[in-house]
Design a protein. Structure first.
Length: 671
C-alpha cells in the first residue's frame, strides 16, 4: 500500500490474520490472544518502527503495542480480546530516524571511529523530542541533548572515556524509552483496518445432543411434551452434554403432510415433518400444541440451565402450505405459471410440504425484517443458540445482516450452520458470520481423508473463520460406515468426533443406541426416520453407549488439550487402519494422544511414532501414557511404541501423556 503523500516511504503488506483481504472479520473466543504479523519495509537502509493498533470497535482511541522485528521485513505483536463483541486492529509503520542514528552510532563506536558529527545529529533529534515532550520527559531529554551537543563540539576525537560515556548515554535504554514515548512519526503509514468478532467459550467448546421432543414420551402412543424432555435432562446431563438441540417446535402443516419414510401420502394420525412449519395454530413464533405452552418451553429452558445445559432451537426459514405467511404474504413466495406457490425440490427429492421463501421478491426488506423478528422472539424466550437449517439456500448478504444485527444487541448468541454444500459455499457461510458449521466429517472415514481434512480445518486460513462442529450422524445422515460396522463403528466415529474437535454433536438416542437401519441399500437415510414418525426409544437398553459417552465427555472437561484445536498434530503409525494424533495446550501442561482403530471388524496393531523433542520428553527417560478410557497405564520408552486395538474390547486409546524426570526405587515421578 502507498502512503498519503509523496514523502511517504514505508510500505505495509500482508497484515495477518485476515480473511479475504479483510472483507470479513476473523473469529476468536473471550480471553484469546490475537497474534498479528505484518510485512513492513522502506527504500534504502533506514530503520523502521512498527506498532500494532487495536481497540474495541465502539471505542475511538487506539491501544498501541510495539511490534517486534522477525526476519525478512516481518513484524509481530499480539493483543488479548477480553470481552465479547467486535474489535479492530491494524499496523502502523514509519521511518525511525532515531533508531537509524542509534544503529549507525553503535557501529561507529564499535569501530572506534569519528562520532562527533553523529553526536551533533543525535542532539538535534533529542532536542526535537524534548520540544514534543512535557514535564520530566522534556527536562531529561533536554539534559541529554545538551550532553550530546557538548560532546560533539569537543572535536573529532573526544577523549576515549568521554566518548564511551556519551555512547552509553546515547544508546541507553533510558533514552530509547524517552524517545519512543515522544516519538515523531514522519509520514507514517497505516494499513487498512481489520476486524475480529469475539464470542463466548461455548462458540468453541461444547457437546451437543439432538432430541425430538415429540418422541420423549415414555408411554407408547403418547405424543411427547416439554415436560417429558425435562425428565430426560438428567440423562443428557449425566452423559456430559452442554447443549440440547431441539428440531423445530412449531405447529406442523397439514397440507401435503408427509407420511412414514417421506411417503407423499399421510394418514390421519401421521405427525408430519417438524420442518414443515406452520398451520392454523400459527407459524414460527408459535408452539406445537401437543408439545405444551410457551410457559412450558420457558420452564424447560430454565430447568436445563440448572443442570448446566443450554437449549438450542432450530431456525428453518421455510413454510408449510398452510402457514399464515402463505395467505398473509403471498408476495414472499415464488409462483409457478399456474399461479400456485412453488414447493421445495432437491431433485429427485420433492418437498411438497414446504414452501421456500423467494429472496428475490420486491418486498425483500419486509421479508428480511420479519425473519429477523423470529430470531428476536426466541431470544426473548431465553434462547441464545440457534441451529440454522439449510442456510446455504438463502442469500449470503441476508445472513451477514441478520447475524451482525442480532449479535450487536446479543453478542452471546451462537449460530450453527447446517450447510452440507460445496466447499466455497460452506466457507462463505462461515465468513459472513455463522459461529459454527456442519462440515464433511460424516464422509471422511479413511486415515488419509481425516488427516487431510482436519489439517485444512485447523490451519490458516480456515481456522481464522470456520468453527467446525463434528456430527457423526444426523436425522438426515446415516453413513454406510455406521450401517455396516455395528457398535465398533459407532465407538470409532464418536471418539473421533469428540476428540478431533472441541465442538461435536450426536443425533440421539439413535446414536447412543447404535441405530443403523437404512431406508434401503445405498441410502444414507434412516428407515422409519424420526423426521416423519414419532419414535419411542428405550434409552435403558444394555447396548447403549451412554456410559462411554459420559466418560469421554468427562475426559474432555478434565483435559484442557481437548478444549481447542491449538495444536492438533497427526502422528505416524505404520498401519493405515490406525490413526493417531496429539493435542496439547500452549504451555504443554495438558498433552494427549488419541489412537483409533478405523476398522470396525478386525484387530489392528502398529507402531506409533512420537516426536520426543516436540513433546519435551527426555529421550533417555521413560514416560507414562495413561489410557483415560480404561484407566490402564503404560510405561513407554523412546519415540516408537506398540499399540493394538481389538473391536471386541476396545476401539480406541485416549492417552494422557505424562512426562517423567526419572525414577526412584522403580516408581516414576511425573512433572
Amino acid at each position: 500500500m502507498s502512503g498519503t503523500e509523496g514523502r511517504s516511504r514505508v510500505v505495509i503488506d500482508g497484515v495477518t490474520p485476515r480473511v479475504e483481504g479483510g472483507e470479513f472479520p476473523i473469529k476468536r473466543i473471550v480471553g484469546d490472544g490475537v497474534a498479528v504479523e505484518a510485512v513492513a519495509y522502506a527504500d534504502g537502509h533506514d530503520a523502521l518502527a512498527c506498532v500494532l493498533l487495536h481497540r474495541r470497535e465502539i471505542d475511538t482511541e487506539w491501544t498501541e503495542t510495539p511490534m517486534e522485528p522477525l526476519v525478512n521485513d516481518r513484524w509481530r505483536a499480539a493483543f488479548t480480546v477480553p470481552e465479547m463483541g467486535r474489535y479492530a486492529y491494524t499496523a502502523m509503520a514509519w521511518v525511525d530516524h532515531f533508531a537509524t542514528w542509534s544503529r549507525d552510532l553503535a557501529k561507529r563506536l564499535a569501530a572506534d571511529g569519528d562520532v562527533a558529527v553523529d553526536l551533533l545529529i543525535g542532539a538535534v533529534l533529542v532536542e526535537a523530542a524534548a520540544g514534543r515532550a512535557s514535564g520530566s520527559d522534556a527536562r531529561r531529554l533536554s539534559e541529554i541533548a545538551e550532553a550530546l551537543r557538548a560532546g560533539g563540539a569537543e572535536g573529532t576525537r573526544p577523549r576515549k572515556a568521554r566518548r564511551v560515556a556519551l555512547g552509553r548515554l546515547a544508546l541507553s535504554a533510558e533514552l530509547a524509552a524517552l524517545m519512543a514515548r515522544n516519538a515523531e512519526r514522519p509520514f507514517a503509514v497505516t494499513a487498512p483496518e481489520l476486524r475480529v468478532v469475539v464470542d463466548r467459550e461455548r462458540a468453541r467448546l461444547g457437546a451437543w445432543y439432538e432430541l425430538f421432543p415429540r418422541s420423549a414420551s415414555t408411554e407408547p402412543g403418547r405424543h411427547g411434551t416439554f415436560r417429558d424432555v425435562e425428565d430426560r435432562l438428567a440423562d443428557v446431563a449425566a452423559m456430559g452434554f452442554d447443549v440440547l438441540y431441539l428440531p423445530p417446535i412449531h405447529p406442523i402443516g397439514r397440507a401435503f403432510r408427509k407420511g412414514p419414510n417421506n411417503d407423499p401420502v399421510s394418514g390421519p394420525h401421521d405427525p408430519g415433518s417438524p420442518w414443515a412449519i406452520g398451520a392454523a395454530e400459527g407459524g414460527h413464533k408459535a408452539i406445537h400444541p401437543e408439545l405444551g405452552t410457551l410457559e412450558d418451553f420457558r420452564h424447560l429452558v430454565t430447568r436445563a440451565a440448572e443442570v448446566g445445559i443450554e437449549v438450542a432451537l432450530d431456525i428453518a426459514f421455510q413454510c408449510a402450505p398452510d402457514h399464515p405467511y402463505a395467505t398473509e404474504h403471498p408476495e414472499w413466495f415464488r409462483k409457478r405459471p399456474d399461479g400456485t406457490i412453488q414447493y421445495a425440490e432437491n431433485p429427485p427429492k420433492k418437498y411438497q410440504d414446504i414452501y421456500p421463501f423467494d429472496f428475490e421478491t420486491a418486498q425483500w426488506r419486509e421479508l428480511w425484517d420479519e425473519l429477523k423478528s423470529i430470531v428476536d422472539y426466541w431470544i426473548d424466550q431465553g434462547v441464545r443458540i440457534f441451529r440454522v437449517d439449510n442456510p446455504h439456500t438463502k442469500p449470503f448478504d441476508f445472513w451477514e445482516w441478520l447475524i451482525a444485527d442480532v449479535k450487536a444487541a446479543h453478542p452471546e448468541t451462537i449460530f450453527l450452520a447446517e450447510a452440507f454444500t460445496r466447499p466455497n459455499v460452506l466457507y462463505r457461510i462461515a465468513k459472513v458470520g455463522f459461529t459454527q458449521g456442519y462440515n464433511y466429517f460424516p464422509w471422511r472415514t479413511t486415515k488419509a481423508e481425516l488427516t487431510e481434512y482436519f489439517t485444512e480445518l485447523t490451519q490458516p486460513p480456515a481456522c481464522d473463520f470456520f468453527g467446525p462442529n463434528l456430527w457423526p450422524n444426523t436425522p438426515d445422515i446415516l453413513h454406510e460406515y455406521l450401517q455396516s460396522g455395528g457398535r465398533p463403528a459407532f465407538v470409532s466415529r464418536f471418539v473421533l468426533a469428540a476428540t478431533l474437535g472441541p465442538s461435536y454433536g450426536i443425533y440421539g438416542p439413535a446414536f447412543e443406541l447404535c441405530h443403523n437401519t437404512p431406508l434401503a441399500p445405498g441410502k444414507e437415510e434412516y428407515l422409519h426416520s424420526e423426521k416423519f414418525e414419532i419414535q419411542p426409544w428405550d434409552v435403558n437398553r444394555g447396548e447403549s453407549l451412554a456410559g462411554l459417552i459420559g466418560r469421554v465427555n468427562r475426559i474432555r472437561r478434565e483435559n484442557a488439550a481437548f478444549q481447542s484445536n491449538h495444536d492438533l498434530r497427526f502422528r505416524q503409525v505404520d498401519n493405515d487402519q490406525l490413526i493417531a494424533y496429539t493435542k496439547s495446550t500452549a504451555d504443554l501442561s495438558s498433552q494427549v494422544l488419541v489412537v483409533v482403530n478405523l476398522d470396525p471388524h478386525h484387530v489392528q496393531a502398529g507402531l506409533v511414532e512420537l516426536p520426543l523433542d516436540e513433546l519435551r520428553i527426555e529421550p533417555g527417560l521413560p514416560y507414562q501414557v495413561h489410557d483415560l478410557l480404561t484407566d490402564v497405564r503404560y510405561l513407554w520408552r523412546g519415540a516408537s511404541n506398540y499399540v493394538e486395538l481389538d473391536p471386541a474390547t476396545s476401539q480406541a486409546h485416549i492417552f494422557a501423556i505424562r512426562r517423567s524426570v526419572g525414577t526412584e526405587a522403580g516408581v516414576e515421578r511425573d512433572l
